[in-house]
Design a protein around this ligand. Structure first.
Ligand code: CMP
Length: 508
């Protein structure tokens, strides 16, 4: 007997609790509680920044407002109504109070938990709790006020249970799949995933389905039981970099190490491409189309991969073209094809040389020779033509486009356009590059090597002081810009520069 007593006690305690709840609901205390709850919800809503919580709190406010109106109507006009109508009015305000209070308390708990754990609480959990508590409230209120017992109705009617069970089979399957996804967490809201050939960012995990937004802006809804059955590729692993692979072919005539160097150079300074882990280029097979290379690089977030890949393909074209590496499939190559069209027509280069101040001292045949010695090179917008601190001695004349001369800290010192030249400092002094030169648009540059200048200085000694004068003037400007950004560049007098120049070119 003693063992049975708790079971006998339970319904009695339940009845008692329900009785207390009903007495409270029917008293004026519930009216004051509703009004206080409303004020509290208004305050929390004003302070909350989470859009979902604000939305939930607005719904709670709506319910609480409806409650106040209905309760007031019951107090004022209730005695004048038919007993059934008054009963319905009472059920209505009880339900609105319960729905409002449940929403408000849940939203507040979600805000507190999010603040503590710093991870968003899954919407599906909020929804399940909300629906469960609301159903409970409906069952209790219907039973106590209208004596309608839905639980026993459902339990006793086998037909209703079967029909409901069949109708809700899919929905319940999705709900449980959604709950298991929440517990297992193969992905969270905000992650980049591929599920069943759909790639995108998870924007919502609801009780029935997971919503994914693709990079094209499509919104795709995948039922939760599909997501829990399919293999899920998650690219967002706690802020770790995401590696991207692409493959290119280069001709068999070009040595793999030479091609790898060109590829890695092309990847330098691609925006959003991470330096760490460092990009790699590996030979990936010998195929009909040429030697296959795998290029691997990393980005911070999968959403950037598409943009970066496009930029990498673009820069590879420029890098390969500058080095004369043919990207055409061997079958598509014409047996007696002429060389690719020059980057700049000869007559344009000739006209430019005539106009450039530096070369005006040259005779026509000297200029013609210079034109033949110039190597046109094309650079893509954004590429770094010269990197501050590098050891090199090439000189460039701008044939087309615009470039920016910058300090290491990114302060712009000057812009260069058609007819301007740069790279003269390292060429003339043998020192490392003093600044970084970045292509602001696609540019065509005409490249000259040091031996050409040795010959020019021999033939025209007046060129050396002219060039060193320009160099000293630019250096002063560069020093000022560097000093402003906290960098330093050794002050070099013009006569010292001329000394270096004479030493390098063995001039008198
Ligand atoms: P160099 O040092 O070889 O490489 C960087 C180049 O930037 C440098 O040669 C100059 O040609 C160029 N440069 C430096 N300072 C200026 C400036 N103030 N105006 C224009 N070009 C500059």
């Amino acid at each position: 007997m003693a063992r049975d007593s708790p079971c006998l006690d339970s319904p009695g305690r339940g009845e008692h609790a329900r009785g207390v709840l009903m007495t409270f609901l029917q008293s004026h205390l519930s009216l004051s509680l509703g009004a206080m709850l409303m004020l509290w919800v208004l305050g929390v809503r004003a302070l909350s920044a989470d859009p979902q919580s604000r939305k939930d709190l607005s719904t709670a406010l709506g319910f609480l407002l409806a409650f106040l109106v209905l309760h007031q109507a019951d107090s004022e006009a209730g005695p004048l109504l038919l007993p059934q109508a008054r009963q319905m009015l009472r059920v209505a305000w009880m339900l609105t109070l319960c729905f409002g209070a449940i929403r408000a308390v849940l939203s507040f708990s979600v805000i507190l938990l999010t603040l503590r754990s710093r991870t968003p609480i899954p919407k599906i959990l909020r929804d399940v709790l909300d629906v469960s508590l609301s159903v409970l409230a409906v069952l209790v209120i219907l039973k106590t006020q209208l004596e309608i017992d839905l639980t026993s109705l459902l339990a006793t009617s086998a037909l209703v249970s079967v029909v409901l069970g069949l109708a809700m089979q899919d929905t319940l399957g999705n709900l449980f799949a959604g709950l298991s996804l929440q517990l297992e967490r193969p992905y969270q809201v905000g992650d980049w995933v591929t599920i069943k050939e759909v790639t995108g960012r998870v924007v919502q995990i609801a009780w029935r389905a997971t919503r994914i937004e693709t990079p094209r802006g499509e919104s795709i809804t995948l039922p939760n039981n599909v997501c829990s059955k399919e293999a899920v590729k998650n690219y967002s692993r706690g802020g770790q970099p995401v590696a991207v692979d692409l493959y290119v072919h280069a001709p068999y005539e070009r040595a793999p190490n030479e091609v790898k160097a060109v590829v890695l150079e092309a990847l330098e300074h691609v925006p959003l491409l991470l330096r760490e882990p460092a990009p790699t280029c590996r030979v990936w097979g010998y195929e009909e189309a040429g030697i296959r290379y795998q290029v691997r690089y990393s980005v911070e977030e999968f959403g950037q991969a598409e943009w970066v890949t496009e930029e990498v393909y673009t820069r590879l074209w420029y890098g390969f073209r500058r080095e004369g590496i043919d990207l055409t499939h061997p079958k598509a190559r014409q047996p007696f094809a002429s060389a690719p069209a020059p980057e700049l027509p000869e007559e344009v280069i000739a006209e430019m040389l005539r106009q450039v101040d530096l070369f005006q001292v040259l005779k026509e045949e000297e200029r013609a020779r210079l034109r033949r010695e110039m190597v046109p090179k094309r650079f893509a917008k954004g590429e770094h033509v010269i990197e501050q601190g590098d050891e090199a001695d090439t000189f460039y004349l701008v044939g087309r486009g615009e470039l920016s001369v910058r300090t290491r800290a990114g302060v712009e010192v000057s812009r260069l356009t058609r007819g301007d030249y740069f790279g003269e400092m390292s060429l003339l002094t043998g020192e490392p590059r003093t600044a970084t030169v970045v292509a602001l648009t696609d540019v065509v540059l005409l490249e000259l090597e040091r031996p050409v200048f040795a010959r020019l200085f021999d033939a025209h000694p007046e060129l050396a002081p002219k060039l060193s004068g320009m160099l000293a003037q630019r250096r002063t400007q560069l020093q000022a810009a560097m000093a402003a950004s906290g960098e330093s560049l050794e002050v070099t007098e013009e006569h010292h520069i001329l000394g270096l120049l004479k030493n390098i070119f063995r001039l008198n």
